[in-house]
Design a protein around this ligand. Structure first.
Ligand code: DC
Length: 221
């Protein structure tokens, strides 16, 4: 069987990361969360006191990233997500990170059934030939509720309205930028998670994956 290649895209806080991690576990796939790449650039911009509109600085930071930069636990913070969505609008930054993403997809580690990559433009730009494309979304309100819960669980104090506004602004930046705007890839399977729990989402996604890869082996149920 040829390696499984799954592209997962979607709006902020819709559950694409959780879905991708689950599918990676179930089918034994190597997983790349591409948000971490943009977050790593955003993190360094803030750390070095750069203006988020400084294109040259963002390009130079993107060029100098190393694997250690992607493992920083601080990348998950809200302010870094916002910074990432600013630097992600620079076409040159996207081109630099594209090379890393494509080479990840080209070399599934030995013993794995393939790769799963999640982000915003995986099905449309990074891996347009991927046989499996999933676009994950949910209503703005549901996404804000989920993000609020996640932050409260981490002990971070925040209010629903502020998160709602943050996500709305991030959607607008992701969807209206000129370089690779967020939108479902042609032929993508649209998974609206607004009224679904994680198990149901995973079950639906597995049915879709297996419609494309009937020979995919499940490592766990
Ligand atoms: O998925 P995330 O929240 O970690 O992504 C952070 C930001 O990075 C998001 O607002 C837009 C940008 N991003 C992108 O433009 N393209 C990707 N493939 C992944 C993330």
């Amino acid at each position: 069987m040829s390696p499984i290649i799954i592209a997962v895209d979607g709006t902020a806080a819709a559950g694409k990361g959780t879905l991708a991690r689950n599918l990676a576990r179930i089918y034994h796939l190597s997983h790349l969360d591409t948000g971490r790449l943009y977050r790593a650039v955003g993190f360094k911009m803030l750390k070095e006191g750069k203006d988020l509109a400084d294109r040259e600085a963002a390009v130079s930071i993107a060029n100098s990233l190393t694997h250690e930069d992607f493992d920083n636990p601080a990348l998950r913070n809200e302010d870094i997500g916002v910074a990432a969505s600013h630097v992600a609008a620079f076409e040159e930054v996207r081109k630099i990170l594209l090379v890393f993403q494509r080479s990840f997809a080209d070399q599934p580690p030995a013993g794995m059934q393939g790769v799963i990559i999640d982000g915003r433009d995986i099905g449309s730009i990074i891996l347009p030939a991927a046989p499996c494309k999933i676009f994950v979304t949910a209503s703005l309100e549901v996404r804000a509720e989920r993000r609020l819960k996640e932050l409260h669980q981490k002990g971070i104090n925040c209010i629903y309205e502020a998160i709602l506004e943050d996500i709305k602004a991030r959607d607008a930046r992701d969807e209206t930028r000129k370089a690779s705007p967020l939108r479902p890839a042609e032929g993508a399977y649209i998974l609206d998670t607004s009224t679904l729990g994680i198990e149901e989402c995973v079950k639906k996604a597995c049915a879709y994956v297996e419609s494309k890869y009937p020979e995919a082996r499940k490592h766990i149920e």
